[in-house]
Design a protein around this ligand. Sequence first.
Ligand code: ADP
Ligand code: ASP
Ligand code: MG
Length: 468
Amino acid sequence: MTLVMKFGGTSVGSAAAMRETAVLIQNAQAEWGQVVAVASGMGSKPAKVTDLLLRGAHTAVSGDGETYKQEAERLRAIHYEAIDGLLAPEGERQSILAENEQFIRRFERLCQAVFVLGELTPRAMDAISGMGEQMSVRILAAYLRQTGVPAEAIDATELVVTDDNFQAASPLFDRTAEKVEARLRPLLQQNIVPIVTGFIGAAETGVATTLGRGGSDFSAAILGQALHANEVWIWTDVDGVMSADPRLVTDARSIPSLTFREVSELAYYGARVLHPKTIRPCVENNIPLRIKNTFHPDHPGTVVVPDADGVNGGIKAVTAINCLSLITVEGKGMIGVPGIAARTFGAVAQGNVSVLLISQASSEQSICFSTPDNTAEAVIASLEAEFAQELARRDIDRIWAQRDVSIVTIVGAGMRGTPGIAGRIFSALGQTGVNIIAIAQGSSECSISLVVDGEETGTAVARVHELI
Ligand code: ADP
Ligand code: ASP
Ligand code: MG
């Protein structure tokens, strides 16, 4: 039996956390036989290693030659404290310290180059931001060896082949499967636990890439698919997927079971607990997915199960994404004119901007959609260029953005069979004084998304949560 387990930033965030993680790996190996662990860069609150690395790069490119050096010191403090706390001086402590020091020096050299050139390419950003994972896996693997568990740290640059879309690279599954089979299978057959870096991969040319922020969950699913794993488990710092972000809603509850579609909607609409791309490799290969708490391992967490018809249960969870704009294209001359929607989204796509929600009034007098707030100006400029003639003829009156809005998404496959849910949501929000700016219902009817003013996000999420 093969189990792929992913440990998030907090699960490897300190010596104490790595000890818990090592116990979980050891127990899993005894139970499952073949275990692969995927780890994130160290990250406990308030400092997350990936953030420190990126801050070093961003400050360097803006002409600040000092901050990255301070970040390097913080990286040393975080990693050396873990190494000192875990590894015995007579064992691998010195060699792992030296390996980590090499990464931190490399970070400083890359930031220095960025500072001198005044240029930070997506490719350089990936080389820099992936180092957190490369450091953490080396510490965890050495600690496991010290406790008697055969383990080997592996950089996913050796396994996960991606395209060269830096910062959001997509895996090439066939090439990845070949590499995983050749590199990991022999280790598993010898009962060695591979401790693989999450988040990173490499293009065919060997250049390092990353899968996007939060992408270590996706790494686990990629390896799960390549190895035909029996299950994929995501270990994090909460008791599975909860009915709302526990930082926004204090009485959020753990959800024992969710369907793949429900969890996709939650992940896509902002529930950070799972990277949205994690789901597809699991669902397509029938691999059960669990989300569990490293610091509360006896809690069952959440299991994600195949979609089924006739589920009951109404609303299961509510989530939100902040910092969006709602962009509206409106005009009486749009009525009945074919191709306006296609041209609108064509113009948006040219700027490589993702659209999170679309809503069109039935009168066809307007189309509105939401995009990340920082893209609004560019999106409006490209729409104005696309529709220059229509604007001049006044067929389109206005293209405008409402800034700083949020999408609040309510999820539950059982909502389909339960009449009146939308009504309850709208009246609850109305009574609380939350103004709903736009509405969209997922075609699967397992989610309803509402656009609200950014300032009202917390109130809206809390009020909807009371209906669960
Ligand atoms: P990791 O480093 O383990 O991947 P993340 O910080 O990426 O951890 O994701 C876990 C965090 O996701 C939780 O600590 C919680 O604050 C946040 N979160 C947001 N929405 C939800 C939700 N619906 N259920 C559980 N956690 C959520
Ligand atoms: N360390 C990476 C990040 O912070 C990947 C992850 O944590 O999943 O985005
Ligand atoms: Mg995460």
